[in-house]
Write a protein that binds this ligand. Structure first.
Ligand code: ATP
Ligand code: MG
Length: 234
């Protein structure tokens, strides 16, 4: 792979569920170390795009290439093995596993191990022996992100990590995600309803409306143009 091969190229993607088309001609490109905010109102197809990257819905047209190779004929587990990590919108905790078990059940060697994860999320170290059903919503979301990091993904897909959390926890998680993007150089696609916060920590943004891209470009100008942002998202 040459240095200028982009990591992820999505070109004219059409996808949905069975016959029903949700995404219509969506394109994006992400290079190593880049971050993308995936924004838009409820039901516009944000989670559907992440599901397409993981191979979990119906592909209807276009291309998805990862490090120069098509993902289209690859199963979900193969995409994960290639380094695509996904934190779904639902948190999927196991009530009878401890925090530490959640983190160590599946792991791959790399930057993130139990020690470095506990540095990133000190709160999870405090809760390491708590069961999955004894955690707050914010702690569950930290476990979900930490569990994905323990696989040491090259690309991390985050689906509304701050959904339903108290403002103070939102700030705590945002600081962690900012650190992952800006200090660790992790390649990230982040779906969020907190548009301004997300734009402030990402380089690029893709805004969807009814399955189509209505903005694709740098995050900063969209953040600066309140009128346009309101029109596209709120
Ligand atoms: P939200 O912000 O509410 O999470 P979203 O942008 O993630 O919304 P999607 O979940 O991608 O939206 O849904 C896009 C469209 O696809 C919606 O009309 C939704 O009803 C439909 N959809 C989602 N999942 C399925 C499914 N499993 N089968 C059929 N249609 C689905
Ligand atoms: Mg969604």
């Amino acid at each position: 792979m040459s240095n200028n091969t982009p990591w992820l190229v999505v070109e004219s993607l059409c996808a949905g569920y069975g016959e029903s088309r949700i995404l219509d001609q969506v394109s994006l490109r992400l290079d190593e170390g880049q971050s993308l905010a995936l924004l838009g109102r409820n039901g516009v197809g944000k989670s559907t795009l992440l599901l397409s990257l993981m191979g979990l819905n119906t592909h209807q047209g276009g291309h998805i290439d990862w490090q120069g190779h098509s993902l289209l004929n690859m199963a979900t587990h193969q995409r994960a093995a290639l380094g695509i990590g996904w934190v779904p919108q639902e948190r999927y905790m196991f009530p009878s596993l401890t925090v530490e078990e959640h983190l160590t059940v599946i792991a791959r060697p790399g930057r993130w191990n139990l020690a470095t994860i506990y540095q990133l999320f000190p709160r999870l170290q405090e809760r390491s022996q708590n069961m999955g059903n004894q955690l707050s919503g914010g702690e569950q979301q930290m476990v979900a992100i930490a569990r994905a990091l323990m696989l040491n993904p090259k690309l991390l897909l985050l689906d509304e990590p701050m959904e339903g959390l108290a403002p103070i926890i939102v700030q705590e998680l945002l600081a962690v995600i900012k650190r992952l993007i800006q200090d660790e150089g992790l390649t990230v696609i982040m779906v969020e309803q907190h548009a301004r916060m997300t734009l402030s920590i990402t380089e690029q943004a893709l805004v969807l409306d009814r399955g189509q891209a209505v903005y694709y470009g740098s995050s900063a100008p969209l953040l600066a143009d309140s009128e346009n942002l309101e029109r596209l998202i709120f």
